[in-house]
Design a protein around this ligand. Structure first.
Ligand SMILES: [Zn+2]
Length: 211
């Protein structure tokens, strides 16, 4: 599986496109806000002749869903998230207004994940793990074949997700990292919602929040 990342919006959010040799793809956390960012995402899909099969969310904070309505409409796909994120998604429009962010188009989920589900596309599959804390219905996507986790805003390079927003729990976040992320083999790559990728073994050793 190939992992393509884009850094979008003033929040420097990582949007991911995963695809394999069948040219089937999924888009995860589309944070594209400006027209230029949306064109960049679409251009990559077109140039690589990919067929987008679904839109997946790790969680529904505003910076991860700016481009969700655009992706659903442009590629004719359904949006998947954990049901506990409904309360977060429903609040995005108001939060954008509060922050003075223009260009967000409200969006709704079509399908819901459950812990233990597997999402399949092309010759690839992603295991869904429930990792609440930074958000109440936060999930992560694991490829054991390609040895990586798309972790959203849980575990960053030498840092962890914020828990000073509504519906956050610092204790749940630490528990999710310790029991789900750190249960993975040390060489697994962590593709996070912000900043550069990291590796499980390095975060176990050096992450100051998990000492
Ligand atoms: Zn977030």
């Amino acid at each position: 599986m190939e992992v393509k990342s884009f850094v979008f919006s003033p929040f420097s959010e990582n949007t991911y496109v995963l695809y394999d040799e069948t040219k089937e793809a999924v888009i995860i956390d589309p944070g594209c806000l400006s027209q230029a960012e949306k064109m960049k995402l679409k251009g990559f899909i077109t140039e690589n002749q990919l067929t987008v099969k679904a839109l997946l969310l790790t969680h529904a904070h505003l910076d991860h869903v700016f481009g969700a309505a655009y992706v659903k409409r442009t590629f004719g796909v359904e949006m998947y998230m954990h049901p506990n994120e409904k309360v977060i998604l429903d609040d995005v429009e108001l939060r954008c207004k509060t922050w003075g962010i223009e260009g967000y188009e409200p969006v709704e989920a079509d399908k819901y994940f459950d812990e233990g589900d597997t999402f399949k596309f092309g010759n690839s599959s992603l295991d869904i793990v429930f990792v609440p804390g930074h958000a109440p219905g936060h999930v992560a996507f694991i490829s054991h074949k390609d040895r990586f986790i798309i972790g959203g805003d849980c575990l960053f390079s030498r840092s962890i997700g914020r828990t000073d927003f509504p519906y956050c729990s610092h204790e749940d976040l630490l528990n999710s990292i310790r029991t789900k992320f750190f249960a993975l083999p040390e060489d697994y790559v962590v593709y996070a919602g912000h900043m550069q990728p990291t590796i499980i073994g390095e975060e176990k050793k050096y992450n100051p929040f998990l000492k």
